[in-house]
Write a protein that binds this ligand. Structure first.
Ligand code: SAM
Length: 538
């Protein structure tokens, strides 16, 4: 965690929006302040939400009480009408910075306005990293190519507060001007193109919000869909017993591969439908030559969670994935025993997989492990406990996924499946309890039931699609490696999508959404047209 105070500035008047900006929920389900805390709050020791008046503070207090704050952390709400101000300071973003500098208990304050929608941890980390390599300065900022300081995000030393207040009292309200006047250090634009554009995007009107977030997509059962699972390729470099026992034919690898322009149009189309999360999957997504670039594109388009489900074998340099915009890493790992790992995957590279996991954790990525158990291979109590013990020591989530029936493995799956209900008593025996009932923040986007204990950094999740059914909470759509829309994982049909333009994609999805089934019937032995998960990635 950084010894830095993160200050989310919410004090703007929001005149053009006509309603308080921080509390505005552009997609109907999450206020901008909650979003900013979710996206940016995790690595900071202290978080301040800065509002302009005691009146506005009361409203925010009530909001946080009703909706719960945030990043699982305590948030301090401060306002600009500070008692120790001899004179009333003008209403301006610089006043918010001054308030934060006065209230902060950390030596530095990182200020981000709630409406600067493109700011991600990636940017903040780069700023902190850059500032560490420089001599002490009053403030640190990014610069445009012409050398102009970008007002936000900006990093301020708490001791520079009197200077900021003096400027305010002298009538100087500009953040940019203050950054120029005070000894400030400037970090040049990164090698990532679009860096400045992302940083500077402010939304002030409903139209600007819509153009950034898209128009939410609801199906006929009022389920809001905002999570895209995008299969980049059907090819895989492993040959898992339960998925692709005969491996993937080399000659077929280059077929059924979407081109980068097609991937871009599809991603952009889904952004217009208010999709905020994308998971790249496969086959093995990293086999696609444009997988990394697809992550970059997703980031530029404003996806907030960019995840990958991978076996990890081709992810040598995780830094470049992080820099591209990856936020969530799911690695499939069914055993920690090299022999058993080889028996399941036909690969001898277990060490490579565990290295990728450790790297992901070291870089601060959100890491999850997918484990599928088979009774006669990796399903003994001993192997399960070994995996649990390993996972609990690390700040990651290991999820046991029940082996699902597909056309090619149905009889194998039903004889080998280990149900979540057999794992649950083991979890309770070692003192773990379901965390989503006890108030700890859990990933509400997913169908897992998480088990946790304050003794351990790790979490164990159970995903029980065979014995349970979480279709009523479904928030996802899938695109296959052929560019077809899959409305339900175990549905009977895939619909080819018109991907001539992002608008065409969005329109086509809206036309098809009415036929999204209410639920799957896996429990009744109906696995739709899924022959094996390599075609769709789960
Ligand atoms: N190649 C990537 C990987 O290894 O994670 C992504 C694709 S893989 C098909 C996605 C996930 O589906 C893996 O975690 C795998 O274990 C899981 N999977 C494959 N077949 C399954 C099945 N029949 N039931 C449950 N999970 C399955």
């Amino acid at each position: 965690m950084h010894d830095v105070t993160l200050a989310i500035l919410c004090g703007g008047q929001s005149r053009r929006l006509g309603t308080d900006k921080g509390l505005y929920a552009p997609l109907g389900d999450e206020a901008l302040v909650t979003r900013a805390l979710r996206l940016l709050g995790a690595p900071f020791k202290e978080i301040l939400v800065v509002v302009r008046s005691s009146e506005q503070r009361k409203i925010y207090q009530k909001f946080f009480l009703q909706h719960g704050a945030t990043a699982g952390r305590q948030i301090r709400l401060v306002h600009d009408e500070l008692e120790n101000h001899a004179t009333v300071l003008p209403q301006a973003a610089l006043t918010g910075i001054n308030t934060a500098l006065l209230a902060a208990t950390m030596p530095q304050v990182l200020a981000v306005p709630v409406d600067q929608l493109g700011v991600r941890l990636l940017h903040l980390n780069r700023m902190l990293e850059g500032s560490r390599q420089m001599p002490l300065a009053n403030c640190v900022t990014f610069a445009t190519e012409t050398g102009d300081p970008v007002p936000f995000p900006s990093l301020w030393r708490a001791v520079s507060q009197p200077q900021v207040e003096a400027r305010l009292k002298g009538g100087a309200l500009s953040v940019k001007g203050t950054l120029r006047e005070m000894t400030s250090h400037v970090i040049g634009p990164s090698t990532n193109d679009h860096f400045d554009q992302e940083l500077s995007y402010n939304a002030n009107t409903v139209e600007e919000m819509l153009s950034y977030f898209g128009t939410p997509l609801l199906d006929s059962r009022q389920r809001r869909l905002h999570y895209l699972r995008f299969s980049l390729t059907e090819a895989c470099n492993m040959a898992c017993t339960y998925c692709l026992p005969d491996g993937f034919p080399e000659w077929y690898r280059h077929k059924a591969r979407l081109t980068l322009p097609q991937i871009k149009v599809l991603l952009e189309g889904f952004r217009r439908l208010g999709f905020r999360k994308v998971r790249f999957t496969g086959g093995e997504p990293t086999i696609h030559p444009d997988c990394l670039e697809s992550v970059r594109i997703a980031r530029r388009l404003g996806f907030e969670k960019i995840a990958i489900t991978t076996n990890g074998l081709l992810m040598d340099d995780l830094n470049q994935w992080l820099e591209a915009g990856l936020t969530h890493l799911n690695v499939s790992l069914d055993s920690l025993d090299p022999e058993v790992f080889k028996q399941i995957t036909q690969s001898s590279q277990l060490a490579k997989v565990t290295t990728v996991i450790e790297q992901g954790l070291a870089l601060g990525l959100s890491v999850k492990i997918n484990t599928v158990l088979m009774k006669s291979i990796n399903g003994s109590e001993q192997s399960i406990l070994k995996l649990i013990e390993w996972a609990l020591k690390r700040p990651l989530t290991l999820r046991f996924i029940e082996l699902m029936d597909t056309r090619l493995n149905a009889s194998f799956a039903s004889s080998e499946r280990v149900l979540g209900s057999t794992i649950e008593p083991l979890l309770r025996q070692i003192g773990l309890a379901p965390t989503n009932k006890s108030g700890k923040t859990v990933d509400t986007d997913g169908p897992a039931v998480d088990f946790h204990s304050s003794e351990y950094p790790g979490t164990i999740g159970l995903i029980n699609p065979m014995s349970g059914n979480f279709c009523n909470k479904c928030n996802r759509l899938r695109v296959t490696a052929k560019g077809h829309l899959k409305l339900c994982l175990f549905g009977d049909n895939d619909a080819p999508l018109d991907h001539s333009s992002p608008d065409a994609v969005a329109l086509n999805v809206r036309q098809l959404i009415g036929t999204k089934p209410e639920r799957h019937y896996l429990d009744a032995g109906n696995f739709g047209n899924v022959a094996t998960f390599r075609t769709i990635g789960g």
